[in-house]
Design a protein around this ligand. Structure first.
Ligand SMILES: C[S@@+](CC[C@H](N)C(=O)[O-])C[C@H]1O[C@@H](n2cnc3c(N)ncnc32)[C@H](O)[C@@H]1O
Ligand SMILES: [Zn+2]
Length: 266
C-alpha cells in the first residue's frame, strides 16, 4: 500500500518494507513505518513538538472533541468514499480522528500520515487498527488514485498531492477552525483580538459538495484550559503576561467552532 519515498515504487514486506529497487524501511516496534527521508527533514523534529502532542493527546482523551469526530463520520458515511478504498488522515497527529474513524468504520482500511515521528509513535501504540507512516503531506507515500478519501483536521495539505492520490469521485474532508473558534482565548491573550481568517477551501480539480459548521461550548477546568493553550499556537502567541493570567483561571467557557468542508474530486 505505501510507496517508496525514494523511487515511488510500491513497498512490500512485513517487518521490513522494501521496493524493487532495494530501498528498505524498518517497521518500528509500535507498528508504524518511517517514510520521511532524512534529507527531506527541514528540522530535527519536524511537525508538532512532543509537548504539543502530549497536550493534544490529553485533550482528546477527555472526549471533548468527540462532537467533531462524530460529525466527520456522519458526513463521510453519506459519501462514496467508504467503499472506494482506504481513508487517509493527513496530518493525523496523535491519531485521535484516524482511531475514531477506524472504530466507526471497521470495514474500511484507515491510514494516518504525519511528519512528527513522536506523534505517529503515540498514534500507532494507541490505535493498532490503523496503518501509520511518518511522511510529509507534501510527498504522500501512496500511489496515484489509491485512496477513497482524505481527511485533514487542522493540518496542512498540498493541492497537488490531493489531486494525485484521490481518483475521480474521491472525497476530501477538510476541517478548519471557524472564525470565532476559541474567541475568549483570543480576547484574553491579545490587546486587539481578531477572528480567525476563514481558510480558503477551494482546490483545483475538486468541487465543493457541502460546508457544515460544528459548534458547542466547552466548560474547561484549569488543567484542560492549559492543555488547550499548549496544543495550539496560543502557547507562544499573544502577550506573555496575559497568558500567565489566563492560565491562572480556575475554569473557562470556550467556544468550539469548526468548519467542515467536503470536496469531491472531479
Ligand atoms: C494542529 S495539528 C493537528 C493534528 C491532528 N489532525 C489533530 O487534529 O489532532 C497539525 C499536525 O500537522 C502535522 N504537520 C505539519 N506539517 C506537516 C506536513 N508537511 N506533513 C505532514 N504533517 C504535518 C503536525 O506534526 C501536527 O501533528
Ligand atoms: Zn525505492
Amino acid at each position: 500500500m505505501w510507496t517508496c519515498p525514494v523511487c515511488q515504487q510500491p513497498l512490500s514486506g512485513c517487518s521490513v518494507l522494501q521496493c524493487d529497487n532495494g530501498h528498505s524501511f524498518d517497521r518500528a516496534r509500535e507498528g508504524y513505518v518511517n517514510l520521511l527521508p532524512a534529507n527531506k527533514k527541514r528540522s530535527l523534529e519536524p511537525g508538532d513538538n512532543a509537548t504539543m502532542i502530549a497536550a493534544r493527546r490529553r485533550v482528546h482523551e477527555t472526549g471533548v472533541y468527540q462532537p467533531l469526530a462524530e460529525s466527520m463520520a456522519t458526513l463521510l458515511a453519506d459519501t462514496a468514499a467508504l467503499g472506494a478504498g482506504p481513508l487517509l488522515d493527513l496530518g493525523c497527529g496523535e491519531g485521535y480522528y484516524a482511531g475514531y474513524l477506524a472504530e466507526h468504520f471497521p470495514a474500511v482500511s484507515i491510514l494516518g500520515v504525519d511528519m512528527a515521528k513522536s506523534a505517529v509513535r503515540l498514534a500507532a501504540k494507541r490505535y493498532p487498527g490503523v496503518e501509520f507512516a511518518v511522511a510529509s503531506a507534501f510527498a504522500v507515500p501512496l500511489a496515484a488514485g489509491s485512496v477513497g478519501g482524505v481527511v485533514s483536521v487542522f493540518a496542512p495539505a498540498a493541492h497537488e498531492e490531493l489531486q494525485r492520490v484521490l481518483p475521480a469521485g474521491g472525497v476530501y474532508l477538510k476541517v478548519t477552525p471557524a472564525p470565532m473558534h476559541l474567541w475568549s482565548l483570543r480576547e484574553a491573550l491579545y490587546a486587539s483580538p481578531r477572528p480567525h481568517a476563514e481558510e480558503a477551501v477551494l482546490v483545483p480539480g475538486f468541487s465543493l459538495a457541502s460546508t457544515n459548521t460544528v459548534s458547542f461550548t466547552l466548560s474547561a477546568d484549569q488543567a484542560l484550559l492549559a492543555d488547550i493553550v499548549t496544543m495550539t499556537p496560543f502557547a507562544y502567541r499573544g502577550q506573555r503576561e496575559k497568558r500567565l493570567l489566563l492560565l491562572q483561571r480556575k475554569s473557562a467557557q470556550l467556544e468550539m467552532m469548526f468548519t467542515l468542508s467536503l470536496l469531491i474530486r472531479e
